[in-house]
Ligand binder design. Structure first.
Ligand code: SRM
Ligand code: SF4
Length: 580
């Protein structure tokens, strides 16, 4: 095999398929592989189908392809029963997800997105667990206009979904330190490096003509069938692990000396998704592979991504993530394979330590005298409701005259927002605007550490509520905490409406994973720094059962915890978890 693989450096997709063809045990590729291969670099019938607005959705094949362009065809699941009764089609609409490396936007860009939410989507913006923004409820006839507004704001949705490298995360707020700035810059470089080269997005949604007579299109890194599955990269800057580096296909932990990033510890094989009842699917934390100097970032990333491209399972999409490739072939094999694709081996990993994977809401001041507000945003949903006009407040802040030029909005991997680079006077104005719009900043430590995925009504895979349920559950758990004198104690609690793990629930001290309508698995024992998976504590619980199951453990924690001991560590040490 060595003879078809140039070394060092890039392994081409052509060489890769030659390798795959030599493997007699390859199972037939999944339907998605054919859709990709036949799509003429992600075009398929998308353009034609978008023109047919009588049907609000897309064909099955086009629904798969549109993901590569950052969109999903969804329908409002609340409306399904009523519409079915009336024999109407589902209420189809598109979800669009932006690509925002490191989550950094200018206030001007944010204002354009705010307007788009009002004019073309369901009136809200949704900060995601990967530092970007989603819009829900874009009807088909609005899709092109929405994407053109995004393009006009110098943003795009390319590769935000699909079997490609997704939005690249970096420790929140590049304006916090030089190392944070370097991490954000590295995330932007990685995102650009792995951006699909096809012109399909611009042609189909923006209306640009394809250049005639030019070079035939090709994807130098991906090839015509892209990756077997989604691929996720994040860069952490210790001591914060806000990006949840252990949950990524490929993670980089910045090793900082004299304030600058000298290199990275490289992690691979993290991932959250699993399927209930299928024990060969599971969440996994990434393995530390070794260290590379900062200038080798792209080389190392390409070695890992192309290894997954060439050896990931293309027949069974449930087992197609890098974590399964590593487990199926072994970590030693994986290290050797990426070694073949690099100019030099990784060095031994350097020590690093995390203290948290949460955000710390509130104002901080940088060395340059500028102020940064980490604003808690419940489950990342930006809307005007329940007496609090968060959407209007953020739009007003983004419109502050000088701040519109010099300020920044940075979305965090915990679905919050850093309003960055405010002067002393702007800080006062921002506070005033938040007060005037009744945007509360005082939240309990439990709520601050809470995160829920979108789930119902838009997510087609949700088995149970999440975003619409967790806030209320937190209120009731807070009451239990108060009864036991734990109201000032930090916790992480994360909920998802299904086992796919979009809010990374398997890394929380308290994880709740949807099983069916109103029913959840309760997981306990995650680490406060996101470095350890929790374990199943009780299965298939309804609302009252969740509270009843939690209260005795919390009561014991209140009386028997060691000094400074976190809840996740306590549940393990004190024997609450079988095998913990
Ligand atoms: Fe996710 C699928 C929402 C982060 C694992 N995710 C979905 C879809 C697109 C449902 C679908 O396939 O039809 C959800 C759209 C819901 C909606 O109505 O908006 C969805 N995922 C989200 C977001 C918006 C959750 C949030 O509340 O913020 C996050 C968007 C991230 C982004 O901006 O790119 C989101 N998803 C994640 C994460 C966390 C992360 O990336 O750090 C994970 C776990 C990490 C991982 O990938 O292992 C995650 N989402 C999944 C999976 C399971 C993948 C797997 O390997 O099994 C699916 C289902 C799938 O891919 O088949 C999924
Ligand atoms: Fe949907 Fe499940 Fe992801 Fe929640 S975890 S957004 S329910 S796919």
């Amino acid at each position: 095999m060595d003879d078809v693989t140039p070394k060092p450096g890039r392994v081409t997709p052509v060489a890769a398929s030659a390798e795959r063809a030599g493997d007699a045990a390859v199972a037939p590729p999944s339907r998605n592989e054919t859709i990709k291969a036949d799509s003429r670099f992600l075009r398929g019938t998308l353009g034609e189908e978008l023109d047919q607005t009588a049907f609000g959705g897309l064909s099955e094949d086009a629904s798969q392809l549109v993901k590569f362009h950052g969109m999903y065809v969804q329908d409002d699941r609340d409306l399904r029963p009523e519409r079915a009764k009336r024999q109407l089609d589902r209420a189809y609409a598109f979800m669009a997800r932006l690509r925002i490396p490191a989550g950094v936007l200018t206030p001007r860009q944010y204002r354009a997105l705010d307007q788009l939410a009002t004019e073309r989507a369901n009136g809200s913006l949704r900060f995601t667990t990967r530092q970007t923004i989603q819009f829900h409820g874009i009807i088909k006839s609005n899709v092109r206009a929405a994407l053109q507004a995004i393009d006009a704001a110098l943003l795009d949705t390319i590769a935000a979904c699909g079997d490609v490298n997704r939005n690249v995360m970096a420790a929140a707020n590049p304006y916090r330190s030089r190392a944070h700035a370097e991490a954000a810059e590295a995330a932007t470089r990685l995102s650009a490096h792995f951006l699909p080269r096809t012109g399909a997005w611009r042609e189909i949604f923006i209306g640009e003509e394809r250049a005639r007579g030019g070079e035939p299109e090709h994807e130098p890194i991906y090839g015509a069938t892209y990756l077997p599955r989604k691929f996720k990269i994040a860069i952490a800057v210790p001591p914060a692990n806000d990006v949840d580096v252990f949950a990524q296909d490929l993670g980089f932990v910045a090793i900082v000396r004299d304030g600058a990033i000298r290199g990275y510890d490289v992690l691979a094989g993290g991932g959250m998704g699993m399927t209930h009842g299928e024990s060969d699917t599971y969440p996994r934390v990434g393995d530390v592979l070794g260290y590379c100097s900062a200038d080798r970032l792209l080389e190392v990333a390409e070695a890992v991504l192309t290894t997954q491209r060439d050896f990931g399972d293309r027949s069974n999409r449930r087992r197609a993530r890098l974590k399964y490739t590593i487990d199926a072939r072994g970590l030693d094999w994986f290290k050797a394979e990426i070694g073949r694709r690099m100019s030099a081996p990784l060095e031994p990993a350097r020590p690093f330590a995390f203290v948290t994977h949460d955000d710390e809401p509130g104002w901080t001041r940088g060395a340059d005298g500028l102020h940064h507000l980490t604003l808690y945003v419940e489950n990342g949903r930006v809307a005007d409701r329940d007496g609090s006009a968060l959407k209007s407040a953020l739009a007003a802040i983004a419109g502050l005259e000088d701040f519109a030029e010099s300020g920044r909005f940075v979305i965090t991997p915990n679905q919050n927002l850093v309003i960055a680079r405010a002067s002393e006077a702007e800080r006062a104005q921002i506070e005033q605007i938040l007060d005037a719009h009744r945007v509360g900043r005082a939240v309990s430590p439990l709520r601050r550490g809470a995160m829920a995925c979108v789930a119902l009504p838009t997510c087609g895979l949700a088995l149970a509520e999440s975003e619409r349920y967790l806030p209320d559950l937190v209120t009731r758990i807070d009451a239990i905490l108060a009864r036991h004198g734990l109201e000032e104690q930090p916790f992480t609690i994360r909920m998802t409406g299904c086992p796919n793990g979009c809010a990374r629930p398997y890394l929380a001290e308290i994880g709740l994973v949807g099983r069916g309508p109103g029913r959840y698995n309760l997981m306990l024992g995650g680490a406060a720094d996101g470095s350890r998976l929790n374990v199943l504590y009780r299965e298939n619980l309804a609302d009252a059962e969740i509270l009843a199951a939690l209260e005795p453990v919390l009561a014991a924690y209140a009386t028997a915890r060691h000094d400074g001991e976190r809840f996740g560590d306590f549940t393990r040490r004190a024997g609450w978890l079988a095998g913990g």
